[in-house]
Design a protein around this ligand. Structure first.
Ligand SMILES: Nc1ncnc2c1ncn2[C@@H]1O[C@H](COP(=O)(O)OP(=O)(O)OP(=O)(O)O)[C@@H](O)[C@H]1O
Length: 533
C-alpha cells in the first residue's frame, strides 16, 4: 500500500508587497481524505489554494516560500494548466462559466480556455472537431456522479444559481485522473437541500480515492463532511484536528480567538409605526432563474422586512426588479409616490439603495480603491464629497472627506485591508462584501435592500454584519428589506418575514413564528392547500 500522502505542504509563506498573509503553513492530505479548511475572512484560505493551483497572481506578486509535494515529489506549478495536468481540480468562489453555453459545453471546456476572448476565437473549431454525442455522455456521467437533476442542455444563463455551481463541479469531475479537488465555498450559493446533495456527492468522490480540500464558512457542514479540519487565523495554522475531536463552537472560537455568543430574535412589533412606507402591487420581474410572477406586499416604516424562500423561487428577483436591474412590471409606491420601474436611477433618487447578492458583478468597482468604491454612489447621485472651489466656480472631489468616510467604515465593519487606498480586487471575498455594505450605508438611504448579506462571510463577521444592519436600522430609522436563503438569519434580524414560492408570496408572518411554519411555506404547503380546495 502506498503510504505517501497525496499532498504535503511544508512551511508555506506568502506576502503581498510586505503584507504577510501566510506564515509557516504545513499539513498533509491523504488519498481519499476530506480536509476542511476554515478561517475568518482574509485568513488566507483562498491565497493558499491559489499557491497550490499555480495561479498567475501568486507569481506576479513575488511567488511564495516553502515546499509543495504531490505524491512525494516536489512540485511548483507555473500555471493552473500544470496543476490540472497533475490531477488537481479547483472550483472557485466566483463562477467562471460561459453564460450562453449549455451545461454540457461548459462541463467539457477546459478551465484554462474559459477566458472569454480566447474562447470566442477557438469555439467554432472546437465544436467542429468534438463528437457531440460523446460530449453529452461524458457530461451526463459527471452529472450523475453528483447525483443531481441537471438539464445538460440548458444554457447557463437560464440556470438558477445552484445549478451553475453544480455545473462548475461537474466540469472538474469530467476531467480524467482527477486526484485532488479543491472546493472554495461550494455551498455558499446553495439552498440547504442542494447543499446536502453536494455533500453526499463529495463523500462519494472521497470513497473513490479522490482527496478533497473543502473551504466553507458553514461549520456544521465541515463537521458533517470532513475527516479533519485545519483552522487558519491571520495566515497561521492555529489548530489541526480530527472532526470527531472538536465541535462547531470550538472551531468558531479557534477561528476568531474569542468566544462567540448566539444571535437571538428581538421582537418589537408594538414599536413599529402602522404606516406603510413601501407598497408593492402585482410585481412581476423577468430575471433568469428567479422569475417573479405576481407579488404584493407592504413594508412598514422603520421595519426590517425579510424575504426568504428556496433558490429559484423568485426571492432574488424582487429587489433586482424594484431597483431596475431586470425588466419588471406592476406598481411600486415609496413614501406615497409611484416609483418608475426599469430605471435604476429612479429607485436611487427615490432614496432606495441595494446591496446585491452579485457583489463582483453589480456591487464593486474592482480595480478602484476602497475609498472610491465606498463614496462613489453618494458622489454620483447626491453630489456629496464634492467641494466647491473658487467661490463655487469649480467643483472638486473632496479626497480627504472620502478617505475619512472610508476609514470610518473600515473601523466599524472591521474591513481587513491595508488602508482606504487598497484596491477592491485585492480583498478577500468576505471583506469585499463588507465594502458593498459600506457603499450602501454611505448613501444614507431611506430604504435599504440587502440581498444575501452574509454569503461567504465568516461566523464572527456574520454577527458584525447583522449587528451593523440592525444598528443602522435602529439609529437612523432606515427601513430594511433583507433577502436571504438562511431562514435563521432572517429570524434573528427581521420583524416580519415573507416567503416566496413559485414567484408568489406564500405567506407573511412575524419573525417570532416557529421555523417549521416558514419551512412549510417554503415547500409550497399553502400553494398545495389552495389547489386542494
Ligand atoms: N492580489 C492581492 N493583492 C494584495 N493582497 C491580496 C491579494 N489577494 C489577497 N490579498 C490579501 O491576502 C489576505 C488573504 O486573503 P484570502 O483571499 O486568501 O482570504 P480568505 O481566507 O480566502 O478570505 P474569505 O473567507 O473572505 O474568502 C487578505 O488580507 C487579502 O487582502
Amino acid at each position: 500500500m502506498n503510504t505517501t500522502p497525496l499532498l504535503e505542504l511544508r512551511s508555506i509563506t506568502k506576502d503581498f508587497f510586505g503584507n504577510q498573509v501566510l506564515t509557516d503553513v504545513s499539513f498533509n492530505l491523504e488519498r481519499g481524505e476530506i480536509l476542511g479548511l476554515v478561517g475568518e475572512n482574509g485568513a488566507g484560505k483562498t491565497t493558499l489554494m491559489k499557491i497550490i493551483f499555480g495561479m498567475g497572481v501568486i507569481r506576479e506578486t513575488g511567488g511564495y516560500g516553502g515546499k509543495i509535494l504531490l505524491e512525494g515529489e516536489e512540485v511548483s506549478f507555473q500555471s493552473p494548466f500544470d496543476a490540472l495536468k497533475a490531477g488537481i481540480g479547483m472550483v472557485h468562489q466566483e463562477f467562471s462559466l460561459i453564460p450562453g453555453f449549455s451545461a454540457t459545453e461548459n462541463i467539457l471546456l477546459n478551465r484554462e480556455s474559459t477566458r472569454y476572448n480566447f474562447l470566442v476565437e477557438i469555439f467554432n473549431d472546437r465544436m467542429r472537431t468534438l463528437d457531440r454525442e460523446d460530449m453529452q455522455k461524458r457530461a451526463l456521467e459527471a452529472i450523475r456522479l453528483l447525483g443531481i437533476d441537471l438539464d445538460e442542455n440548458m444554457p447557463v444563463s437560464e440556470m438558477p444559481v445552484g445549478h451553475k455551481q453544480f455545473t462548475e463541479i461537474a466540469r472538474e469531475l469530467a476531467r480524467k485522473q482527477i486526484k485532488l479537488l479543491v472546493l472554495d465555498e461550494p455551498t455558499a450559493v446553495l439552498t440547504e437541500s442542494e447543499a446536502e446533495i453536494l455533500i453526499s456527492a463529495v463523500r462519494n468522490l472521497a470513497k473513490r480515492g479522490i482527496s478533497v480540500i473543502f473551504i466553507s464558512h458553514r461549520l456544521d457542514e465541515i463537521i458533517a463532511l470532513c475527516d479533519k479540519v485545519v483552522i487558519l487565523r491571520d495566515g497561521e495554522i492555529v489548530e489541526e484536528k480530527h472532526v470527531t475531536e472538536t465541535s462547531v463552537e470550538q472551531i468558531a472560537e479557534a477561528m476568531v480567538g474569542r468566544s462567540l455568543e448566539g444571535y437571538a430574535p428581538v421582537p418589537r412589533e408594538s414599536e413599529l409605526k402602522e404606516e406603510a412606507v413601501l407598497e408593492v402591487a402585482h410585481l412581476w420581474v423577468d430575471m433568469p432563474g428567479e422569475t417573479v410572477r405576481d407579488v404584493s406586499f407592504s413594508v412598514r416604516s422603520g421595519e426590517i422586512f425579510g424575504i426568504g424562500g428556496l433558490a429559484g423561487q423568485g426571492k432574488l428577483g424582487i429587489p433586482n426588479g424594484i431597483m431596475g436591474l431586470y425588466k419588471a412590471g406592476g406598481i411600486v409606491t415609496f413614501e406615497g409616490k409611484q416609483v418608475l420601474l426599469n430605471d435604476p436611477n429612479a429607485a436611487l433618487m427615490a432614496g432606495m439603495s441595494f446591496v446585491s447578492e452579485d457583489r463582483r458583478g453589480v456591487g464593486l468597482l474592482l480595480e478602484e480603491p476602497l475609498d472610491w468604491n465606498i463614496a462613489f454612489t453618494a458622489m454620483q447621485t447626491q453630489d456629496r464629497f464634492i467641494k466647491p472651489i473658487l467661490g463655487g466656480l469649480i467643483k472638486w472631489r473632496d479626497d480627504k472627506a472620502i478617505e475619512e468616510l472610508a476609514q470610518e467604515y473600515i473601523d466599524s465593519l472591521q474591513i481587513r485591508c491595508t488602508g482606504p487606498w487598497q484596491h477592491a480586487v485585492e480583498l478577500s471575498g468576505g471583506n469585499q462584501q463588507k465594502v458593498c455594505l459600506a457603499k450602501a450605508f454611505a448613501v444614507k438611504p431611506k430604504l435599504l435592500f440587502v440581498s444575501e448579506p452574509t454569503r461567504g462571510i465568516d461566523v464572527g463577521a456574520k454577527k458584525l454584519v447583522l449587528d451593523t444592519i440592525r444598528r443602522y436600522n435602529r439609529e437612523n430609522g432606515i427601513t430594511v428589506i433583507m433577502v436571504s436563503s438562511e431562514l435563521e438569519e432572517l429570524r434573528s434580524l427581521c420583524d416580519r418575514i415573507a416567503i416566496v414560492d413559485e414567484g408568489r408570496i406564500g405567506g407573511i408572518k412575524p419573525a417570532t413564528e416557529k421555523s417549521t411554519e416558514f419551512g412549510l411555506m417554503m415547500v409550497g404547503r399553502s400553494r398545495r392547500a389552495q389547489a386542494e380546495v
